[in-house]
Design a protein around this ligand. Structure first.
Ligand code: ADP
Length: 515
């Protein structure tokens, strides 16, 4: 067996090698340790980062849940409000159709307040200084009177309401809350004034007893709207009642007045008829002696009874002229009476306008020539016939033309013009002169019997004042109209309408105004 004996240098070498190896290993271990620690640190940092992110996520999740809850709540609130608005809209429509005040209150249905989420409702009106119940829901009948009596004593509340102040359990002061809770026995409430143009006329109270959900801003707004709509509709029905009442009064007055007028008209017609009968009778009675007077005057004039001196002849001539005038006047009176009462039988026929114009201008040619007056006749070619009683219609034209001649100074102009446009089948004729004219205050009376304007010509020239009355009667018997326009110093225009055909005459009733 061999034994290795190491010399000291070998031992030293080996020791050195061992030490170096150990140191190397330690170095390696240390490095490995350091790298592990590094990794641990990094992991810790990552861990912390993760924790932070996790916390943040947690916060966000909580926020989402909170937001979701709030959103749900808001949605609920919104739904409630929408339902409330719908119910309010329905109620508004209904109360706006009410025709009187009590109908408005009847239309405040329990469904509306149910939708709005209130179990107690009291609507009251202030009348003669007292509050009176108009509608109530959820408050027993026997409780309303004591409740209103308590309200009467709550001066602070009454005054505030009268000043259009509203209350709600979310905004009222503690004092008001206590006062309202004392009167209405409600924890959650809205108390809104009913306001009209005349101020506060009542209130709307809605509320819930204890353990009910609190009222919201939205509820407050809706009840405010409801109260103001009640106020507005009360004003409307009052206005409607006023208008309705006054229209009924007016209708009654109109009926009464119409009755009176019908009575008066009948009286006038009777008087007119009696007047026509009277004139007719008197005229007949006058005509007979007048004919005798005229006859005796003629016999005397003819010298059949004896020689008549010239002076007597002259007087007899005057008796004859005056008698003629009187006969003409009586005949006119008789005609007016007869035409007015429809006793004159008119013979309507179509006649060419031109022939009528020629006839009358021929008839009055001497007077026209005497005064050197220029006469224009303007009838458009399109105007052919008029449907008239020729003898009566000619009397009208003769009267208008002879008046025009009478009241127009020498060398003046008279124009007879037919309007080219027909109104309802009627032709309008204008007789225009450049004469003295008629003062405005006389114009309205010209067609009255015996009316003559007080002027120099009338003072010197005799006349009856019956010509225009007769003309009016004749024109109206043709279903036409007569009117006058005049300017003092410039001239006068008389206008008449006459039918162009039988159809036009028949279609236009006597009383209807054509122009
Ligand atoms: P009379 O001619 O007999 O007086 P009328 O009834 O024909 O009666 O006329 C009434 C009055 O109307 C006349 O007196 C006259 O004052 C007034 N009048 C009528 N036509 C004219 C006219 N063209 N211009 C001015 N005045 C007139």
């Amino acid at each position: 067996m061999s034994t290795w004996i190491l010399d000291p240098s070998q031992i030293l070498l080996l020791t050195a090698i061992a030490v170096v190896s150990a140191l190397g290993y330690i170095g390696y271990l240390t490095a490995a340790l350091a790298s592990k620690e590094n990794t641990v640190n990094q992991m810790q940092a990552e861990h912390q980062k993760l924790m932070r992110s996790f916390n943040e996520l947690d916060e966000q999740a909580k926020l989402i849940v909170r937001t979701d809850l709030e959103l749900n709540k808001a949605q609920e609130e919104l739904d409630k409000r929408l339902n409330g608005i719908n119910a309010l809209q329905r109620t508004s429509r209904q109360i706006s159709q009410a025709l009187n005040e009590s109908e408005i209150f009847q239309k405040l249905s329990p469904e509306l307040f149910e939708e709005l989420g209130f179990s107690m409702v009291l609507v009251a009106a202030f009348e003669d200084g007292k509050s009176r119940k108009r509608a109530s829901i959820g408050i027993p009948e026997e409780k309303t009177s004591p409740l209103l009596a308590k309200f009467e004593k709550a001066d602070h509340l009454k005054t505030a309401l009268r000043e259009s102040h509203a209350f709600s359990s979310i905004n009222a002061s503690r004092k008001s809350k206590e006062e309202i809770a004392g009167v209405f026995e409600a924890e959650h409430f809205i108390l809104a004034p009913i306001v009209t143009q005349n101020g506060t006329i009542g209130f709307v109270f809605v509320g819930n007893r204890y353990n009910a959900p609190a009222v919201t801003q939205g509820d407050e707004e809706l009840i405010g709207i409801l109260a103001s709509q009640i106020g507005q509709n009360i004003e409307n029905v009052h206005l409607f009642e006023k208008v309705f009442r006054s229209s009924q009064e007016l209708e009654l007055k109109v009926k009464e007045r119409t009755k009176q007028l019908a009575g008066a008209l009948q009286q006038v017609e009777e008087i007119n008829e009696r007047k026509s009968e009277f004139i007719s009778a008197v005229s007949h009675e006058l005509r007979t002696p007048l004919t005798s007077i005229k006859g005796y005057a003629a016999i005397l004039m003819a010298g059949k009874i004896g020689e008549v001196p010239d002076a007597v002849k002259e007087r007899l001539g005057k008796i004859n002229t005056h008698s003629d005038n009187l006969v003409a006047l009586i005949n006119n009176l008789l005609d007016i009476a007869r035409i007015e009462s429809g006793r004159v039988e008119m013979k309507f026929e179509p006649h060419p306008v031109k022939t009528v114009m020629d006839n009358i201008s021929d008839l009055l040619a001497p007077q026209i020539k005497d005064k050197d007056i220029k006469l224009n006749i303007n009838v458009p070619a399109a105007i052919k016939d008029i449907y008239i009683d020729i003898s009566q219609a000619e009397r009208v034209f003769i009267n208008l033309l002879s008046n025009a001649v009478k009241f127009t100074p020498k060398a003046g102009t008279i124009t007879i013009a037919a309007s080219p446009v027909m109104e309802k089948g009627f032709i309008t004729f204008h007789v225009m002169d450049t004469g003295i004219g008629i003062p405005p205050e006389d114009l309205g009376k010209l067609f009255n019997e015996f009316y003559r304007v007080d002027n120099e010509i009338n003072q010197n020239v005799k006349g009856t004042g019956l010509g225009l009355t007769l003309a009016k009667n004749i024109v109206e018997a043709h279903h036409g109209k007569i009117w006058v326009k005049s300017q003092v110093g410039s001239g006068t225009t008389f206008s008449i309408t006459l039918p162009a055909s039988a159809e036009a005459y028949a279609a236009n009733v006597k009383t209807e105004k054509i122009i």
